[in-house]
Design a protein around this ligand. Structure first.
Ligand SMILES: O=C(O)CCC(=O)C(=O)O
Ligand SMILES: [Fe+2]
Length: 286
């Protein structure tokens, strides 16, 4: 595998962004994207423990349940206690897979990826959007053009806003995001390392079932695969165009806000995927 650096720029306009995503798209870091966001000043682990202590979360190592060697069902309050002191691998909650010894031996840390402070039941949308915009001004989103009932059903079924709290050893395995959305990772604090691959690499990369890009780097089978890499610092926003594959390591205690969107390039496949997902649902939203 070999990597080139993701392009970094200071600002981007709405028109430039729309053109960029049509281009064909590539990943991009916008460095000044979060200037003036209250989150940059006010968000900390304590902030979330104080306001969302009872929010139910699943913490996995690595982040996705299907690949996890450790899984714990807990609350955001207990998860933040763990993040403050991960050294012993102890966390209050129900261990569904693995144990503290397995976790410590792996070098991974537990990572809760399902914390959505805008969640209709457990979150508080108005409160969240006092600190971050739902989407930055330079992003044009077509969601408001969808039928309102369909849009609401999509939001109930699938979170579209996330806050990721993690510590060193937190790994998000290689994947592309749900329903062909574009997404951003807005690094509020701490540092992460991201590795990305274009959608046309998907067939060869999914040969490897672990999503572990570090292991792939040493595997001759992937010697010719070209990827992109970026170190995300506080204030950096990584743009992940629809279907781009990404693998992310947390280097130091991090807070990341993430949201996704649709536009001219991906609304058809979003609607098709969402319709299929909704058809598979039975019963009422919970
Ligand atoms: O660890 C990260 O910041 C990446 C998270 C991510 O891409 C995801 O959960 O879809
Ligand atoms: Fe993702």
């Amino acid at each position: 595998m070999h990597f080139r650096d993701v392009e970094k720029r200071q600002t981007i306009s709405r028109l430039e962004m729309a053109a960029y995503l049509r281009a064909p798209a590539a990943p991009l870091v916008v460095r000044g994207a979060m200037q003036g966001w209250p989150a940059m000043k006010h968000w900390s682990l304590d902030f979330f423990a104080e306001h969302f202590a009872d929010f139910p979360v699943m913490a996995h190592a690595p982040q996705f349940p299907g690949l996890a060697i450790c899984s714990v069902k807990t609350t955001l309050g207990n998860y933040v206690d763990y993040l403050r002191n991960p050294g012993k691998g102890r966390i209050k909650g129900e261990w569904l897979k693995g144990d503290p010894a397995t976790l410590l031996k792996s070098g991974l840390s537990l990572y809760a990826g399902n914390f959505n402070p805008a969640h209709p039941k457990y979150g508080d949308r108005d409160f969240l959007f006092r600190y971050v915009p739902a989407l930055p001004d330079f992003i044009e989103c077509w969601r408001s053009l969808l039928d309102p009932g369909f849009n609401r059903a999509c939001e109930w079924l699938q979170s579209h806003h996330f806050v990721y709290l993690s510590v060193a050893g937190g790994v998000t395995p290689l994947h592309d995001d749900f329903w062909d959305t574009h997404a951003f990772l807005a690094q509020i604090s701490g540092r992460k390392e991201a590795f990305l691959f274009s959608p046309d690499r998907m067939p060869v990369l999914y040969d490897e079932q672990t999503g572990n890009v570090r292991a792939m780097m040493d595997d001759p089978k992937f010697a010719d695969v070209e990827g992109w890499r970026a170190t995300l610092m506080p204030g950096d926003m990584l743009i992940l165009p629809s279907r781009w594959l990404h693998y992310v390591e947390t280097i130091e205690t991090s807070i990341t806000y993430s949201a996704d969107w649709i536009d001219a390039t991906n609304w058809r496949s979003y609607v098709a995927s969402a319709t299929e997902a909704l058809a598979g649902e039975t019963g009422s939203p919970s």
